[in-house]
Ligand binder design. Structure first.
Ligand SMILES: Cc1cc2nc3c(=O)[nH]c(=O)nc-3n(C[C@H](O)[C@H](O)[C@H](O)COP(=O)(O)OP(=O)(O)OC[C@H]3O[C@@H](n4cnc5c(N)ncnc54)[C@H](O)[C@@H]3O)c2cc1C
Ligand code: FES
Length: 278
């Protein structure tokens, strides 16, 4: 069903935007951890994007995307008032949220937006939420204001030291785990190398670590097998069994290999799209 874009906010000009979509049926059912699959137009590719927030009363959902290739570039070319051809969701299993004490929610890049929805869910059940967010530079840090409005504590790092602590967010995470024995779970959403590093950091502490995987998806309902991942030696389909899994059991090397499988074709498609726009 055609889905109107009600509002568009550029977060990093030309690279990352936040869209408010009118999708009442999805908004009514969306829980933290859910995602949608959309096609910008009827010949478009199906791309999965996490529901970064939902407002059942207004009938809206929020998505935040990074322009990586053709489909996200087409999305970036759309504006408030335009219609997305179809939006399917909510998909995936919602985040398992239980009351347990302190949870550290780690986010990197556009993953910060998705993580923010999960963090809100933890606040709702009464957990103490520490948000740990990192970016290459201050101008690439997303959702700080939103997180600050409800999180109990915020840890910030930038690779270049332009804001917060200079270095990687995993260094802040390690320090926090050393200081605070009440942490019962760490949740990480962001680039695959970051989630892998988070899992490596938490392993010696024996703290449950949940990562949100982003393999290539096509149907999003468990039929095509595109999103196959290995977790604890078992084959899982991220769209129906995940996308969240135990980070200590995920085969990250396989995930990285499978994510790169179509890079040459994606590059050609992006270049052809760029030329067609000139
Ligand atoms: C459950 C889930 C939630 C996601 N949530 C977000 C989000 O909230 N914000 C965001 O910016 N990105 C998100 N992604 C990643 C997003 O789907 C890809 O960046 C997007 O599909 C790239 O499409 P493209 O045509 O612009 O780029 P392409 O040039 O086609 O691909 C660039 C890279 O994106 C990945 N990719 C390509 N096609 C797909 C696909 N069909 N499914 C998954 N990954 C693909 C591959 O790693 C590829 O190398 C999510 C992915 C998954 C699986
Ligand atoms: S996307 Fe097809 S099985 Fe998961």
């Amino acid at each position: 069903m055609a889905t109107p874009i009600l509002d568009k906010e550029s977060l990093i000009p030309g690279k990352t935007s936040k869209l408010v979509l009118h999708a009442p049926e999805i908004a009514a059912k969306a829980r933290p951890g859910h995602f949608i699959i959309l096609r910008t137009h009827d010949k478009g590719e199906r791309i999965p994007l996490t529901i970064a927030d939902a407002d059942p009363e207004r009938g809206t959902i929020i998505i935040v995307y990074l322009v990586l290739g053709k489909s996200t570039a087409v999305l970036e070319g759309m504006a408030a008032g335009d219609e997305i051809s179809d939006v399917c969701g909510p998909l995936g299993r919602p985040t398992h949220i239980e009351k347990g004490g302190t949870v550290i929610c780690v986010g990197g890049g556009t993953g910060i937006a998705a993580m923010h929805h999960i963090a809100k869910g933890h606040v709702r059940v009464g957990n103490r939420v520490v948000g740990a967010i990192g970016a290459r530079s201050k101008n690439l840090l997303l959702f700080e204001k939103e997180l600050t409005s409800f999180a109990d504590e915020i840890l910030i790092s930038t690779d270049d030291g332009s804001y917060g602590r200079k270095g990687l967010v995993t260094e802040l995470l390690r320090e926090k785990l050393e200081q605070d024995g009440s942490v019962f779970e760490v949740v990480a959403v962001g680039p695959v190398p970051m989630m892998e590093a988070v899992a490596q950091t938490t392993r010696p502490f024996g703290v449950r670590t949940t990562v949100s995987l982003n393999p290539i998806m096509v149907d999003g309902i468990g039929m095509c097998g595109a999103c196959r991942v290995s977790v604890g030696g078992q084959t899982k389909f991220a769209c129906v069994d995940g996308p969240e899994f135990d980070g200590h059991l995920v085969d990250f090397d396989e995930l990285k290999r499978r994510l790169a499988a179509y890079r040459a074709q994606e590059q050609i498609s992006f270049e052809l799209y760029g030329k067609a726009q000139q």
